[in-house]
Design a protein around this ligand. Structure first.
Ligand code: GLC
Ligand code: CA
Length: 554
């Protein structure tokens, strides 16, 4: 495998709106990010992915772009952006922007022009269909609820949006659209970006011609995914995009890819793949239900382990997955993957080690390194996210009481991860001197960066050690490129694997609060990391403490 500059890097996702507010308007901004670069460098992050900060009405928090060449004034200016790229470079760090090109905003000039002249050039930038009385072009349900079709204002047509109605889908079948997209990507890469995280990309290829599918809920609609399963030929678009953009710059690209088929992995992230990497969402989609969040099944430690190993096996050494515990679309991983009541510093560190030692590129989401937790929402009014609001309604429609509906969906709300970053125990967690756009998690007095920085036992210090281990010249080759083999795979509540490269490492996590012992095949050489001060051992047998994790050199 050809070595690439990103293979041995550690990535960190910034959600700009909630990261750090430099001017007291309650909204995080780019100058705020610049002022925290040293914090990120100190942690060991190399690649910084910024969720969208382009001009946007923020109907879906910036994933609805009205101008791909502008920074939204709420986040700063283009000069700020240039300064961020330059300041990152000084610190050997790379900036990734979010590439949101399945759709734009309905406030984008293209869409405005399409409304004015639906049969003209810009009408062909979107998927438009003639409006018929009492009948929609297809019965697909948008990800955020309701049909994917809405009236194109001022015309007798309807337009397609697989997400929110303020996010009209761009027509990738039209070469002029693709040209515009490539031009924009290259414009950004010319600025010196490290690359892109590629949003919702699996949606760009629709099954043609459009048709309805069997309804999967009482609303008579079917999930967009039913149509996507039928779509063929996305590879042509992705290959073209790669060749016309990323490849020329040796840029890093990581795709938001769901439900890829095993035989497609080589095409997506193999040596000559469309992307440098793609996220592993095997754990996050586990237990999801066609009916909605309210019906989702919680994940157990054994399920979690199974999902991780399944993803690892599927990809093997074909390419690099990007491993996440959480992101801006998911609840906090510590609250999801650790049984309720057991969420504490020990278990958080265990989860961190098990995740970061997997083969692939680690992506840490802001606050994850502090062990930030889900928000205790007490009413639906406290939730801003459109997706959560929709899922709440779905739960009500299914007959749940408002209280039950909130309880069932709260744990999945995207706002769990979008609450402001907890910098200190000062007012508003030190995120802003004004009023934060979204309520701060009340646990900021105990969970915050300031208190963890100099505490050698903090969750953050543990993350720092894990990252340092990954970069240690002695172990780097093994941790980055080594094979992964599960160990004691059938043992319950134990997740363990080895990494075999020029060294052999064992990663062993006791995924429960009670002791459990393991017997090593032979004595270990060295303890590289331990989330407890000691090891309870007798010969080759180790009695692991509750949620103990060990990284051993064998
Ligand atoms: C992706 C983003 C999510 C957004 C959606 C539509 O899934 O991560 O936040 O709502 O795409 O752009
Ligand atoms: Ca601000």
């Amino acid at each position: 495998m050809t070595k690439k500059w990103w293979h041995d890097k550690v990535a960190y996702q910034i959600y700009p709106k909630s990261f750090y507010d430099s001017n007291g308007d309650g909204i995080g901004d780019i100058p705020g990010i610049i002022s925290k670069l040293d914090y990120l460098k100190d942690l060991g992050a190399d690649i910084l992915w910024l969720s969208p900060c382009y001009a946007s009405p923020l109907a879906d928090q910036g994933y609805d772009i009205s101008d791909y060449y502008k920074i939204d004034p709420r986040f700063g200016t283009m000069e700020d952006m240039d300064r961020l790229i330059a300041e990152a470079k000084k610190r050997d760090m790379y900036i990734l922007m979010d590439l949101v090109v399945n759709h734009c905003s309905d406030e984008h000039e293209w869409f405005q022009k399409a409304c004015q002249d639906p049969d003209g050039k810009y009408g062909r930038f979107f998927y438009l269909r003639d409006k018929k009385d009492g009948e929609l072009p297809t019965n697909w349900r948008s990800y955020f609820g309701g049909p994917v079709w809405d009236d194109l204002p001022g015309t007798d047509k309807q337009y397609l949006h697989v997400f929110h109605k303020k996010q009209p889908d761009l027509n990738w079948e039209n070469p002029e659209v693709r040209e515009e997209i490539y031009k924009n990507i290259n414009w950004w890469l010319d600025k010196g970006l490290g690359g892109f995280r590629i949003d919702a990309i699996i949606n760009i290829k629709k099954a043609l011609p459009f048709r309805s599918y069997e309804a999967d809920r009482e609303d008579g609609l079917c999930s967009v995914e039913a149509m996507l399963k039928d779509a063929e030929g996305i590879g042509e678009f992705l290959r073209e995009m790669r060749d016309r953009t990323f490849r020329k710059y040796d840029a890093f690209s990581v795709g938001e890819v769901f439900h890829e088929k095993p035989e497609e992995i080589q095409d997506f992230i193999g040596e000559d793949g469309y992307f440098s990497s793609m996220f592993d969402f095997n754990e996050t989609v586990f237990g999801s239900s066609e009916k909605g969040w309210y019906d989702a099944k919680p994940i157990t430690p054994d399920d979690y382990k199974k999902c991780c190993f399944e993803a690892q096996r599927r990809v093997g050494n074909t390419g690099f997955l990007s491993n996440v515990i959480e992101n801006h679309d998911e609840p906090r991983g510590v609250c999801r993957y650790i049984p309720e009541g057991d969420v504490n510093d020990k278990s958080k560190k265990m989860l961190a080690a098990l995740n970061l030692m997997l083969r692939g590129i680690p992506f840490i989401y802001q606050g994850q390194e502090l062990g930030m937790e889900n928000m205790p929402f007490s009413s639906i009014e406290e939730i801003d996210d459109i997706s959560s609001k929709h899922e709440y309604q779905v739960a009500l429609d299914a007959g749940l009481t408002p209280e039950d509906a909130l309880n069932r969906i709260a744990g999945f709300s995207r706002d769990n991860a979008r609450t402001p970053m907890q910098w200190s125990d000062e007012a508003n967690a030190g995120f802003t001197t004004g009023t934060p756009w979204l309520k701060v998690n009340p646990n900021y007095t105990s969970i915050n960066a300031a208190s963890q920085m100099d505490d050698p036992d903090s969750v953050r210090s543990f993350y720092k050690k894990l990252i340092a281990l990954r970069k240690d010249p002695e172990y780097k080759e093994t941790i980055v490129y080594g094979d992964l083999e599960p160990l004691w795979e059938t043992r319950r509540n134990l997740m363990a694997y080895c990494r075999q490269g020029d060294r052999l490492l064992f990663v062993i996590g006791n995924y429960r609060k009670y002791d459990q012992s393991v017997t090593l095949p032979y004595p270990y050489k060295k303890v590289l990391l331990n989330n407890y001060p000691d090891i309870d051992e007798e010969g080759k047998t180790i009695s692991l403490y509750g949620y103990q994790v060990l990284i051993l050199e064998m």
